[in-house]
Design a protein around this ligand. Structure first.
Ligand code: H2U
Ligand code: ZN
Length: 353
């Protein structure tokens, strides 16, 4: 049945549970009455050119390692020249355990980079859905290919966008890390999804409630729903969930792929219009690990974690109580969703190209 937030919670400090991780977040809606005298930035300046001769991701250019990129026309995937993990089998005897306190073990992995477009100046928000579709297909194909490697347990696809998020180059790109062991965040989610994997899984329940309740919806289409989750820690954090409980990207049908490309453009466009800037974020796809049975209960989803709070330059810091205690937010998820929802899905006068 439908439900709504008890009225008092819109005014008083409270905790909300993140059912995917089991962690709680503190919400302080009453603090929104605080005066704000910070700056609000004007729209960002000029776009970069569409081709940059010394960009290591532009078509035909040499990368930092010396290898030359092909003259690619849609997407381009390559092995990271400076990978954080190596695929070589670790030498025997490299594990450490002293009194259960000092523990270490080798970790194998494969790191790749995915260029979304040959155009240096585009982001997903500027690309047409038909241009994003090859990115969606590449993600699915990379997941399939990397999961087929015997020792790979998990594949994390992600994107760091914007200097604020440590992104090294504006050329639109993301990364893929395939690891021998399950990293921490998906591990937490794996347990909850497994425990809730009955007739209506956890994210199916969320999908149904959010669609009915409406106050946290940012945008949606036939196949996908984007909300500021009830338990969001970052001010404009979003969760993108498919209607159907699919465990991993290769299971997506053509309609679901097209709809995904469409909603990625819609969401990133809203983000850009929120503070009239190219909106920074870390985005990532959580999907099934290799562990037996995971394909049965996993429900893939995207997380967007943007750092901005009030303008193109005023960001939220996860410091102080957040670092030492637990995450906290002032702006309620319902208000944040309302702000993103009110923005038009396409900028005025845009053909969506
Ligand atoms: P960001 O997405 O955080 O900007 O990282 C870009 C990645 O591209 C980074 O992991 C890799 C870096 O190692 N890279 C190459 O593989 N080759 C290059 O020539 C430069 C950057
Ligand atoms: Zn997740």
């Amino acid at each position: 049945m439908g439900w709504t937030l008890p009225r008092p919670l819109e005014e008083v400090p409270h905790r909300r549970l993140n059912p995917l991780t089991g962690q709680w977040v503190l919400v302080s809606p009453h603090r929104l009455k605080r005066p704000w005298q910070g700056r609000v930035e004007s729209p960002a300046g000029e776009r970069p050119p569409s081709y940059v001769p010394d960009c290591y991701l532009c078509p035909g250019n040499a990368r930092a390692g010396g290898v030359r990129n092909p003259v690619y026309t849609d997407i381009f995937v390559f092995d990271n020249d400076f990978p954080a993990l190596l695929a070589d089998e670790p030498p025997a005897g490299s594990a450490l355990d002293v009194d259960g306190v000092y523990r270490a073990s080798p970790e194998r992995g494969i790191c790749r980079v995915v260029c979304y477009s040959p155009r240096h100046d585009l982001t997903m928000a500027d690309m047409a859905p038909a241009g994003i579709r090859p990115v969606v297909d590449a993600w699915a194909e990379q997941y399939r290919e990397l999961m087929a490697i015997s020792w790979v347990q998990y594949v994390q696809i992600f994107e760091n966008k914007g200097e604020l998020m440590g992104c090294s180059n504006p050329h639109p790109h993301g990364q893929i890390w395939a690891t021998e062991q399950m990293p921490y965040e998906p591990e937490l989610e794996d347990r909850r999804l497994r425990e809730s994997g009955g007739a209506a899984g956890l994210l199916e329940t969320v999908y149904t409630h959010e669609l009915r309740e409406g106050s946290r919806i940012v945008c949606r289409n036939e196949e996908w729903l984007c909300v500021v989750p009830f338990w969001a820690a970052w001010p404009f954090e979003t969760l993108l969930v498919p209607r159907r409980r699919i465990a991993s990207l290769p299971e997506m049908l053509p309609d679901e792929r097209d709809a995904l490309a469409d909603i990625l453009k819609d969401l990133t466009g809203r983000y850009d219009r929120l503070f009239a800037c190219s909106f920074p974020y870390t985005m990532g796809i959580h999907q099934a690990p290799k562990a037996g049975g995971a394909g049965e209960y996993w429900h893939l989803h995207f997380h967007f974690y943007p750092p901005l709070l009030r303008s193109a330059t005023v960001r939220k810091f996860m410091v102080g109580f957040e670092m030492l205690g637990m995450p906290q937010r002032d702006l309620t998820p319902e208000r944040a969703a309302g702000m993103l929802r009110e923005l038009s899905s396409r900028p005025e006068g845009s053909a969506g190209g």
